[in-house]
Design a protein. Sequence first.
Length: 248
Amino acid sequence: MYRIDPNKLPRHVAIIMDGNGRWARQRLRNRVFGHEEGANSVREVVRCCRKLEIPYLTLYAFSKENWQRPLTEVSALWHLLNRFLESELPEMVDKEIRLRHIGDPDGIPEEVFKKLQTAVAHTAGFDKLNLSLAINYGGRQEIVRAARLFAIDVQEGRHQPGDLTSELFSNYLFTAQYPDPDLIIRTGGEYRVSNFLLWQLAYAELYTTEILWPDFRENQFMEALTDYQGRERRFGKTGDQVKRELAN
Ligand code: FPP
């Protein structure tokens, strides 16, 4: 059994769900089968966060780079997201989960985008868990977009260039008003950030595991949380300073 300290849970967990293709290949199936099983892991991890009262969860569902995959796989991913958004909406409403989208709306197939907007609108009043799906998302693109939006505000006289601080800049990102992630999990044994939440990850604890995403379920999530709870988060300070602050 995992011993999780409810007082030391991350407020925001972000996940790079990798390894669906390899999971399918190991079973001599096509990659789409892996993505489908990956959707079951999504459901389980969402339920876990809701149960543990972790208030923010962000999942990397479709990156800007994913467009480069074979067309059949890209279409299957959109089809899967489309189905998922429809099938999970009743549970999101029932469990008072708020769904949000981060990423570029341009390029998302119309049908998927409509389902996304419907789910976002139907859950806008909830706050038990803030579930963000990064769809057609890229961290660099998000930063460039934020810079453009700030430049427009300067041009139109709402701000001076000198007003810009990290806090103000954060308000121009898709994640404005969200706390930064405390923990980022990457499955599938790679050690890359892959253009995910580049600005927001400044102080996040990184947890990587060899487990492939379709095998990442409640136990594996608990293991990641246990590992996180063993970390000392220093935010640039010394270990002694942090211990003194915790004692006070
Ligand atoms: C990476 O595995 C995963 C993706 C590109 C897509 C993530 C999508 C899902 C988990 C499916 C459903 C999501 C939701 C929100 C319902 P990979 O294909 O790169 O695996 P590989 O590295 O083994 O090839």
